[in-house]
Design a protein around this ligand. Sequence first.
Ligand code: B4P
Length: 187
Amino acid sequence: MKNIVIFGAPGAGKGTQSDCIVEHFGLTHVSTGDLLRKEIADQTELGKRIKSIMDAGQLVSDDIVVEMIDKAIANDTKGMLFDGFPRTVAQAETLDKLLAKHGRELTCMVQLEVPKDELMHRLLERAKIQGRADDNEATINNRLQEYNNKTKPVADYYAKQGKQVVIDGLGKIEDISKRILDQLEKR
Ligand code: B4P
């Protein structure tokens, strides 16, 4: 059973590439971004608390996302793709513990590498189509800063475990998918 993390800066294509990975290996897709946006759309108590944090481009607190992931692992029987989680080293350590609690282990982490100017371009393009509250230039800059300060160290965490798979995230979506699947077939 495969348990995979897809990792990268905002706009690197995590959500986009998740579709083909999930389909190819028959995995359960868990996107913390999607779960959090659903809480906001449903106007739950949690959604009201996190809206201003996400609109500002900051990370929501670890305990909130960890609880969501714990529930998702408990409900899964197929193997999982974690999209947008972990985003801090503390979340990465917790993921290892949660998987172990359910008798599982992380297979590997797929890291999408995309230069900053392309990230900005993609997210501003998405803003025109989807109108997401956090896709504007000021907020994107905050999200990239949060990524550099808090999320990037997660890559070293997995490199030390020999679980980091770095993928060039530039080019056609289907070419990038092929690069990812070729690597994952070997794991
Ligand atoms: P996420 O929902 O995870 O979103 P993202 O990082 O912005 O985007 P992603 O990398 O998935 O890009 P996509 O495929 O859509 O996070 C949003 C917020 O939620 C965070 O800022 C944070 O506040 C909160 N959050 C989520 N998880 C959290 C956690 N664990 N802890 C704390 N807070 C958390 O691609 C972007 C665009 O590029 C799309 O329009 C796509 O069509 C386009 N694109 C993709 N691949 C392309 C390619 N090859 N060429 C051209 N365009 C491409």
